[in-house]
Design a protein around this ligand. Sequence first.
Ligand SMILES: C[S@@+](CC[C@H](N)C(=O)[O-])C[C@H]1O[C@@H](n2cnc3c(N)ncnc32)[C@H](O)[C@@H]1O
Length: 448
Amino acid sequence: MIQTRIESMVENRIGLSASAIGSDVIAKAIDRRMKIFGMNKIDTYLDSLERSGKEWNELIELLVVPETWFFRNRESFIFLSHYITSQWPLKHKNRVLRVLSIPCATGEEPYSIAITLMDAGMEENQYFIDAVDISSIALDKAKEGVFGPESFRGRNLSFRDRNFEPVVNDREKRFVLKPSVRQKVRFLQGNLINSNILANEMPYDIIFCRNLLIYLSVKAKQKVVHNIGRMLARNGILFVGHVERPLVGNSEFTWIREPSVFACTKKKLSIKDKSSDLRKKTPRRKQKVFSSKKVPASSRFASAGVHKKPDNAKMSCQQPSFLQKPPLGIEEHDNLSNNEKIMKMATLHADQGDLEKARKLCKECLNENSLMIPANFLMGLICQAMNEEDKAEKYFNKTVYLDPNHYEALGHLAFIMERRGEPGRAVQLRLRADRILKREGATIENEE
Ligand SMILES: C[S@@+](CC[C@H](N)C(=O)[O-])C[C@H]1O[C@@H](n2cnc3c(N)ncnc32)[C@H](O)[C@@H]1O
């Protein structure tokens, strides 16, 4: 089939997997392009696609998902600000901080980073930010620095008052970003699956790579993760999207244990670590944890806390069980139950910012099976993102009720308690979460 050939081209050249973005989306894009040329045969279109780089770029523009907004997953920026004001100056006196945003889409992410660093008190010459995307349309929009209401989500928009000017008499109610922020970001066009991407650049201290891996084929994911490993400085920090942690894996990265912050650092492998890594088989402990839990058989949500037997024998034994999940690969699971398929869609919608749709799908699952742990947890995340903390609390509580070792739900509950001004309860929840981590770590060591 010609469409399958075009899908393979897309996957091989830019990594986007047809099963993640949808074959129907690809079919519609092809159809749109063919209509422009008045073509009625798809093989004629394939011909022009193979011959013309320009046509290839046009098609790609219809396939990419440039969904983004300012301060998406705000906790990551709070964490960044904290790191910049506390740890960075101690470790890197007088060194310029290098930050990379990949992919940057229409610029909201790198500009949020710039605003965070400015607010944290960094001087203009103390940092710089590179931002890469494959879409030239998205990059042009980013450089222009004019943003509509869809770029500003959530209730706390004080950053907008400080850094933007409203466009005068604009029916679309857009805002222009101040030049002082705009000039802090260098935008570059690039394909992140290319092995030589930014090959001549020095390593970056902070990399944001969020909401790309979920759309990629297994092979493309590996390439991007490999590239990130090369581009990230030795003690650098990588931020990923909330469902992408298992896609990055545990073998090369150590995850930072901070609720709602999906970040990690590169693992320091000593010669001793390397040789013991090779010796290690999948620890026996995992079998025990998985078989003793009544959890849905194949949930794959990055943060849903479902313990599944990992297939990565190199996985570090120091990691708690909630981190030991198999890659999230959206496309590589065909034997999903109906509920699991719905949850997969719900996660994708949540990640794309369509929280209403995600919530509707989650509810569908919960109506079928109110004990489904990932559905309860994702509902908690969605409610939290929609600033409905009471509801979020209810769902996180239910998650913990169903899975008392759900470290992440405990972390979110602690976070809610802190915000509500109940530090005592927050501390208790954090201690409980810490005990889980320690207990699981101890079990591993005992059985080694
Ligand atoms: C959902 S946006 C993510 C934006 C931002 N990181 C965020 O989380 O809000 C995904 C972006 O990935 C870009 N993209 C897709 N494939 C790419 C590739 N192979 N190389 C570079 N960018 C790519 C798309 O153009 C799109 O702008």
